[in-house]
Ligand binder design. Structure first.
Ligand SMILES: [Zn+2]
Length: 459
């Protein structure tokens, strides 16, 4: 299988060639665990989960090593812990668990490695010391800073010139750094903050150094793919490159991939604007994880995605169609088929999910049109193989439709369907027709077969 990926570093779509096909490495910047993940946080998790699945399909399940971190030491975490009067790990343990639960609900596989920053502080200290020894970093009273002037390559990912960088933002408490673009590797300790001993003073790590240290510890000094949201290109990823490459003297990652931003009414989702929707709120409103996943994958990952209730309704309708086909073929044993070429080719082409969704739709049509048992078994097998690579159709179809109506409504529907079966057995066709109409009014279609009657949402 030939995979092509758009590389932010070269600004081109390129054939993907891992250094070692038996050990494919990918890192994606993870979550800062101090509150509920919102739907914008979920987008990179779902997008890179799909890439993880595709790489496993192409290179083998055990050949792909995927690391995504938890940032569990940070200003926002310290603030949240202080506000509740608890230790920071009370906050970070709680929200790490919630993050994992929410992502599992969206079909996100557990990455091979999920390093937590506080477990890698020794590696960060060693990396910072190396940068000081190499003359790429310097120590001042407020902490240790990376010297942007010492790095001729600085700005290559974001394409920012040294002149643009001169206008770097002033950060409070960093008055003693030498250049406005220099960034903190280590922050000198402040009263009440968690801190670690280091040869260059007691303190805590900056954000950027966490990823550089965790990548080196879990995957190696050069990896195949580094991913994250578009908003991380500058300064976070630029700084990761500066740190890792100044210390190790070879490329941090061959391919850099960035997903587009998720917006709400065309505005970026952010706490300051107050337009945040969390994954948990959507699930509490009755949306199923697969519908949220489908909505997140409905646009190409590099494009912006404007979130709305309509987007979710469309995702629900698309999945209803897939589950409806499975329900119709409930009694057919699926072939052990491979995902068809058109579907795989769409994903392999820079994760073209709109084209992959179109290919899935063709597979549903095939499944619905198949008449002979052998055709049905093949069509069902192909649909399941493709859908499972996409991370959907993990549920029993009857459960899917029940959950999409809610359990109370599903029980009422069950009762009406049973009443209709009884009416048919009693040859009371007027009553049976009236019940069918009543069910149709609720948006339910009854499907009768030799094995009994099942129901689904009307398409
Ligand atoms: Zn990172």
């Amino acid at each position: 299988m030939k995979i092509a990926l758009t590389n932010t570093l070269t600004r081109r779509k390129e054939p993907f060639v891992p250094a070692d096909p038996a050990r494919v490495t990918m890192y994606v910047c993870g979550s800062t665990v101090y509150n509920h993940p919102h739907i914008g946080n979920a987008r990179p998790a779902v997008v890179f989960d799909l890439l993880f699945r595709l790489l496993r399909h192409a290179y083998g399940e055990t050949a792909v090593l995927y690391a995504s971190n938890y940032t569990d030491i940070d200003d926002k975490i310290i603030k949240a812990a202080a506000a509740e009067g608890v230790a920071i790990d009370v906050i970070t343990n709680k929200f790490t668990r919630i993050y994992r639960e929410d992502m599992s609900a969206l079909g996100v596989l557990t990455p091979t490695f999920e390093p937590r920053a506080t477990q890698h502080v020794d590696g960060m200290i060693a990396l910072i010391q190396k940068l000081i020894d190499e003359g790429a970093a310097y120590v001042v009273p407020s902490g240790v800073y990376f010297s942007v002037a010492a790095d001729a390559d600085y700005g290559k990912l974001s394409g920012r010139s040294q002149d643009e960088l001169q206008a770097g933002a002033r950060v409070e408490g960093e008055d003693d750094k030498r250049h406005p673009s220099d960034f903190a590797l280590w922050k000198a300790t402040k009263p009440g903050e968690p801190s670690w001993d280091a040869p260059f003073g007691v303190g805590r790590p900056g954000w950027h150094i966490e990823c550089s240290a965790m990548i080196a510890a879990q995957l190696g000094q050069t990896i195949d793919i580094h991913g994250g949201g578009l908003d991380l290109i500058f300064p976070h990823h630029e700084n990761e490159i500066a740190q890792s490459e100044s210390a190790h003297h070879h490329p941090l990652s061959r391919v850099w991939m960035h997903n587009g931003m998720l917006t709400m009414d065309r505005e970026k989702m952010s706490k300051s604007i107050g337009n945040i929707v969390t994954v948990r709120e959507l699930m509490n409103d009755g949306w199923q994880g697969e519908a949220i996943r489908w909505a997140l994958l409905s646009a190409h990952y590099r494009a912006p995605l404007d979130w709305s209730e309509d987007l979710l309704k469309q995702a629900q309708a698309s999945l209803d169609r897939l589950y409806g086909a499975l329900l119709r073929l409930k009694d057919v044993k699926a072939d052990d088929a491979a995902a068809p070429e058109a579907f795989l080719a769409a994903l392999a082409d820079d994760l073209n999910t709109p084209a992959a969704i179109a290919a899935l739709s063709v597979l549903v049509t095939n499944a619905n049109n198949a008449k002979k048992p052998a055709e049905q078994a093949k069509a069902k097998g192909e649909l399941l193989a493709a859908a499972r690579l996409f991370g959907v159709l993990a549920q029993d179809p009857e459960r899917w439709f029940r959950a999409s109506f809610g359990e109370e409504a599903a029980r009422e529907i069950d009762a009406l369907v049973a009443e209709r079966v009884a009416a048919r057995q009693a040859k009371d066709y007027a009553k049976s027709d009236a019940l069918r109409d009543a069910l149709a009014a609720r948006g339910v279609e009854v499907m009768d077969s030799a094995a009994g009657s099942t129901w689904r949402r009307r398409g």
